[in-house]
Design a binder for this molecule. Structure first.
Ligand SMILES: [Ca+2]
Length: 498
């Protein structure tokens, strides 16, 4: 909060166009303790699925949290500390196959279970009797370091990230052993009707040594509580919780053959372990792309997502992650190498980040509140300027029942990362009546028109136009039924939001 206060002071002194700051928009509150994961089903329903540590999955329908849980397996889940129901992942094609996966500690002894469930005839309620245990990962010796993330990769395989089995310093020797599922990123093929298969391209697939775990995709991890795939590139970001001193983000480029050794417990972050390091053999280790230390109140990394949403142009490509203890949200960007800054210093106990189907990113406080990651936005006036005129250089006129796209950012003083423009949309020379719908490129066609027109007369509307991918606006022309008419239009801008 100290940083936010400082920022406000700077703003009041410097009246120039403000740099934008990260802002959290509250989406849901009052969920009670134990929000540990958020995701979507990939079914275009707009729902956010909220995993509660106690064993419930709740549905946020875009407006509110439904009273009846989507899934309630509290009787199966040992919850508390680092244990519980820790994440949910929906299988690609969920809208037709209805299959999803859960990761939890089981009641009897804390072992980690990965199980498959199916939705019921009610889209907002799963069938609790459909549970099929796919993997049981021994984890009874210590209650900590369960990992807990499930994600489907761009290859359609299910990835899971168990921790090293707990204790401190990896007493079980899990990280560097390929004979345990602990301390790994695992990859399995869940496409069979029952059970699962080993992907033939897993690094140890078909290994003749029966003690080698063929589910292993990458190893040398301590507690990869949260990992995620970049939906645009397929790259994998693994946030591995540190032991005493360093928190780290590990990276795996899309198309990797797997088999990376991310170093634990030879190294903690980019440093030999245990400290004080007098050197260690780093041969074959993949070091983190980002790390931070515990010297200023940080203590446990919570991995997030690379922002690929539509609402906040300036955030695109930024990887957001946080720290559970300090509440800091960090923003990392790539420019030859990865670098990171503290984007927001919050009072949250950051338990998880999540992504909806549109790519918007959410962050949760363990205590029961979910926020959307956003930017504050200001309106900036511009001298009147014409950005689009289909009578001139951007001819021809729009035809009936077609969609055209116009780039408006980068012209007339509109910055490339503007989120929206204030404009006057003018229709001229319509040969028949109809309407124009202007909408952000690569988003869904809106139901309402921006401007309706009749043949002949000039019509103008004042509008706020959101900009989509590449600072573009798309225009859909709908002339009266049966018409093959054309229409010209102009966009005159007088300000933008950024
Ligand atoms: Ca490491």
């Amino acid at each position: 909060m100290r940083r936010a206060a400082t920022f406000v002071v700077v703003l009041s002194v410097v009246a120039a166009p403000a740099a934008r700051a990260l802002e959290l928009q509250r989406v849901v509150s009052g969920l009670g303790a134990g929000v540990v994961a958020m995701t979507h089903a990939g079914d275009a329903s707009g729902r956010l699925f909220i995993t509660m540590q106690d064993g419930r999955v709740l549905v946020h329908d875009g407006t509110r949290v439904l009273t009846t849980p989507f899934l309630d397996i509290r009787s199966l889940v040992r919850s508390g500390g680092e244990q519980g129901l820790l994440s949910v992942a929906f299988q690609p094609g969920y809208a037709t196959n209805g299959r999803f996966y859960v990761y939890y500690n089981r009641t009897s002894n804390g072992d980690v279970v990965i199980a498959r469930y199916r939705v019921s005839a009610n889209a907002n309620v799963a069938d609790p009797a459909s549970g099929e245990v796919l993997m049981t990962i021994p984890h009874s010796q210590f209650s900590n370091h369960n990992g807990g993330q499930l994600q489907f990769g761009p290859d359609g395989y299910l990835y899971a990230g168990p921790g090293d089995g707990g204790g401190g310093g990896d007493p079980l020797g899990s990280g560097q052993s390929i004979r345990t599922w602990l301390g790994k990123i695992l990859r399995i093929d869940v496409s069979p009707a029952t059970g699962y298969a080993i992907p033939p391209t897993n690094p140890y697939a078909g290994n003749p040594d029966a003690t080698v775990k063929q589910e292993i995709w990458a190893y040398g991890l301590r507690n990869p509580w949260r990992f995620s795939f970049d939906r645009a590139t397929g790259d994998l970001f693994i946030a591995d919780v540190g032991q005493n001193t360093y928190e780290e983000v590990d990276f795996q480029p899309v198309g990797s053959a797997g088999g990376q050794n991310y170093g634990w417990n030879i190294m903690e972050g980019a440093h030999c372990y245990p400290p004080p390091g007098t050197g260690c053999n780093q041969t074959g280790l993949t070091l983190p792309i980002l790390e931070y230390d515990h010297s200023t109140g940080d203590c446990s990394i919570t991995g997030g997502y690379r922002y690929r949403g539509q609402l906040f142009q300036s955030l695109r490509g930024t990887y957001f992650y946080g720290d559970f203890c300090s509440g800091r949200i960090r923003a990392a960007t790539f420019s030859g190498t990865w670098s990171s800054t503290v984007a927001l210093d919050t009072a949250l106990s950051i338990s998880t980040f999540g992504e909806d189907q549109a790519g918007e990113v959410y962050v949760a406080d363990l205590g029961g509140t979910i926020y959307r990651i956003a930017t504050n936005t200001y309106f900036h006036t511009l001298p009147p300027c014409r950005v689009t005129d289909t009578r001139g250089a951007q001819a021809p006129a729009l035809g009936a029942n077609t969609t055209r796209t116009f780039t408006v950012a980068g012209t007339c003083g509109i910055p490339a990362d503007s989120g929206a423009i204030a404009a006057i949309v003018t229709v001229v020379g319509a040969t028949d009546g109809g309407d124009l719908r202007l909408f952000p490129t690569l988003t869904a066609l809106p139901g309402a028109s921006t401007i309706n027109f009749a043949a002949g007369p000039t019509r103008a509307n004042n509008a706020i136009l959101s900009l989509g991918d590449g600072g573009r606006v798309s225009v859909r022309t709908d002339m009266l039924p049966g018409s093959t008419g054309t229409v010209d239009f102009l966009i005159d801008v007088y300000g933008y939001f950024r």
